[in-house]
Design a protein around this ligand. Sequence first.
Ligand code: ADP
Length: 348
Amino acid sequence: MGESLIVVGRDGCIQTANQAASTLLGYSREELIGRPAAEIAEVLPQHLSSREGVDLLYHHRSGAEIPVLFVASELRIAQGGGGMVWLAQDVTERRRVQLELLLAKEAAEQASRAKSAFLATMSHELRTPLNAILGFTQLMEADAEDQGQESLLADLRKVHRSGDHLLALINDVLDIARIDSGRMELHPEEFDAAEMVQDVVATMEPLARKNGNRIRTACPRMLLFTDRFRLQQSLVNLVGNACKFTQGGTVAIEARPETAGGDSWYTFHVSDTGLGIPLEVQPKLFSEFTQVDSSATRKFGGSGLGLAITRRLCRLMGGDVTLRSEPGAGSTFTIRIPQAVEACVTKG
Ligand code: ADP
């Protein structure tokens, strides 16, 4: 069906209408002529200004309402004639498809939230027995050491290391699932950024030394009000990667306050002199399970979840994390967050 056209005279009655209008409204063209246009649609002054068209309802003879995309324009004819031309396109089908798409999208989002909630619960259930296994392994290690059972001790240490690795993976999955299901809560507190950076260095020092790296810091004392635990976790992820993918080099953590648009921000730059990251993988790196080279994973370990978690956490804190890297010339990851996050934000 084509576009419905109705000419409305200055007296508010229909002067003429095309066949499409007649079919759309269920009246013959003769029945339409002379009928008050207000019976067909309630056109208000604001409906007359749009050139792209506005959503409106036309009334069918049967009393049914027909959604249309409506445009009106003035008709100027000499000697006091003229009026308005109403153009309308039936959008019933388009609206039905849009509604179907919306419902399908809502159903998919609901399913995705349910999956994340399931994962969050499962990860929690997995951690409890694993913690028991790790605890008893430690006890057995201590016994084996006391009794000088060297070969048993070596095996128990392997169990311990694998258990630790498994726990780290489960914690990562739990974090992603928590954020995706809207269950991750921030617990903001006031703390000194410089002290927190020193804690990060203390945690990462052994990993840095293992690869012959030196950690250098430049971080002024500065009070922040945000989730210390989650910020520290994000920095540990970045510094951990820098130490992992750099051999005999330097890992630098430089922090500084910044003001932009009247807001106070704080940035942490974590740079290394390591492998660097090829340009083509950089945009995907913050997605789950992305690694530059899966063979490197076997060598360096990791789940490909660290950067995805870091980005989500930084965004939850009102900031973001970005990357600048040149293959062969090291990488710099930058976390930029507001100095004060809104109290107790829970993202749904
Ligand atoms: P993973 O647990 O595998 O380290 P991440 O999400 O933290 O997962 O990192 C994803 C991938 O990004 C890594 O496997 C590595 O290929 C690359 N990457 C991250 N940081 C660096 C870095 N500082 N230097 C080189 N490559 C890096």
